[in-house]
Design a protein around this ligand. Structure first.
Ligand code: ARG
Length: 458
């Protein structure tokens, strides 16, 4: 029998009942639901809507349900309409009449909005912790590789030398922005919808400020209709998670490239690689590929959430029940991806010799050669043109710029002197890129310090 069955002459069709039920998804919020109910009952007692005795029974009953679910003594009834109905029914089974008073001055509409916010707030904190752990790993990889020269690319063409530390720290910047976005999202959703009722609050003298305090929200929401129909925070968190996944996906793409035979910049640990069922030699970067792949489902969840909300009139509509599966999936996906990514990066081996070798190819020091001529008095455009001619000369002879004799250099400009070799040396080039935000080991050390300070300040 449904709680609302008194108004109906027939029972709900079995298939319709399954279709309508959301407990297979929203059971995850049982802790939040129980905590919210205890706060609601506490407030009802304090404003005199229920007696102290009723409250004590409700409180005991809810706590016993909580510990029985925690210890798996109580199983979720999948025929229940949702987690809210399940817990309320179970409460009444356990404590009788006082249980029937719990829902006074409350609707599932404000209840579910509150549950979801509490659940997401908690998950945001966990995601931020996991992101911090990954950042810690990335910073320690960077600290070990301040001098590991590697080619930097634009258009996937060798451009200028950087270090592995600088490259990895670029991702740390992205992930720090992600943390700051998650904190914003947390702060914006930190308003308590409980007390909004179905859509128009209630005539009971409830105290929304009290439940707000009891449930660790910053303040109550300001409009009851908005409160029960607002799912902006679900969309926003889905976006924030999408951004993290986007960053992990880009990084995974690079890791996949770096682990290839063609690059061999890194070697993934056996514990984070897989083999092939037919090709015995294969060692595949499946973890990185899967993380890249899983980003797509998270983006799908974001789109689904936006589409879910866009056509809904105020206030609550049952469509909103569909908000949870997507965001829960995004959270679970990100949690596991952060864990796997962290382990994969922690255990990978950096082939610094190989990176350096590759950095010597592709005329990576051509810009610096042009800068050398500028230093000797040539305008930059002329220096650029002379260097272009030199590169073309080298291509014809299959040589690197460093291989040319001083006589060859002088054929192109009389400004060249013996000090040119040092000026276009990889280590020298790198040590000179010490502008704030640049790749020189000194600058990257400062970057690491400032990034740590930035994250601590969030
Ligand atoms: N299971 C519902 C949801 O997730 C709870 C709210 C139901 N409210 C209602 N009026 N039917 O949205």
């Amino acid at each position: 029998m449904k709680m609302w069955s008194s108004r109906f002459k027939k029972e709900l069709d079995n298939v319709a009942n399954d279709f309508n039920s959301s407990i297979d998804v929203d059971y995850k919020m049982y802790k939040e639901d129980i905590k919210g109910s205890i706060a609601h009952a506490t407030m009802l007692k304090n404003v005199g809507v229920i007696t102290e005795d009723d409250f004590n029974k409700i409180n005991e009953g809810l706590n016993s349900i909580l510990s029985d679910i925690d210890s798996e003594k109580l199983e979720f009834n999948l025929n229940a309409e949702d987690i809210h109905m399940f817990i309320e029914e179970e409460l009444t089974n356990r404590v009788g009449d006082p249980g029937k008073k719990l829902h006074t001055a409350r609707s599932r509409n404000d209840q579910v909005a509150m549950d979801v916010k509490m659940y997401l707030k908690n998950k945001i904190n966990i995601l931020i912790e996991d992101l911090n752990k990954l950042i810690e790993t990335l910073i320690s990889v960077s600290e070990e590789n301040l001098d590991t020269i590697m080619p930097g690319y634009t258009h996937m063409q060798v451009a200028q030398p950087v270090t592995f530390a600088h490259h990895v720290m670029a991702y740390v910047q992205m992930l720090s922005r992600d943390i700051s976005r998650l904190i914003d999202c947390y702060n914006r959703m930190n308003e308590n919808p409980l007390g909004s009722g179905a859509l128009a609050t209630t005539t009971y003298p409830i105290d929304r400020f009290e439940t707000t305090k009891l449930l660790n929200f910053k303040k109550p929401t300001r409009n009851s209709m908005d409160s029960v129909s607002d799912r902006d925070f679900v969309a926003e968190l889905n976006f924030d998670i999408s951004m993290v996944m986007l960053h992990l996906s880009r990084f995974s793409e690079e890791i996949t490239i770096w682990a290839s035979q063609e690059f061999k910049f890194i070697e993934l640990d056996d514990s984070y690689s897989t083999g092939s069922s037919i090709m015995p030699q294969k060692k595949n970067p499946d973890m990185a590929e899967l993380i890249r792949g899983k980003s797509s489902r998270v983006f799908g969840n974001l789109m689904a959430t936006l589409n879910l909300i866009k056509g809904l009139p105020l206030s609550y509509n049952k469509d909103l029940q569909e908000d949870k599966e997507n965001i829960f999936d995004s959270i679970d996906t990100l949690e596991i991806c952060l864990l796997v990514f962290n382990g994969m990066v922690k255990t990978l081996k950096v082939n610094s010799d190989n990176m350096r070798e590759k950095a010597k190819k592709g005329f990576i020091n051509a810009t610096d050669l042009a800068d050398y001529l500028v230093k000797k008095g040539l305008p930059f455009r002329d220096a650029y043109s002379v260097t272009g001619q030199l590169v073309s000369y080298c291509i014809d002879l299959s040589k690197a710029l460093d291989d040319l004799s001083i006589e060859e250099f002088k054929k192109f400009s009389d400004k060249f002197e013996d000090d040119v070799y040092n000026f276009i040396d990889l280590d020298y080039i790198l040590s000179q890129r010490k502008v704030y935000g640049g790749p020189s080991p000194e600058a990257v050390k400062i970057q690491i310090e400032d990034t740590k300070k930035y994250i601590n300040s969030l």
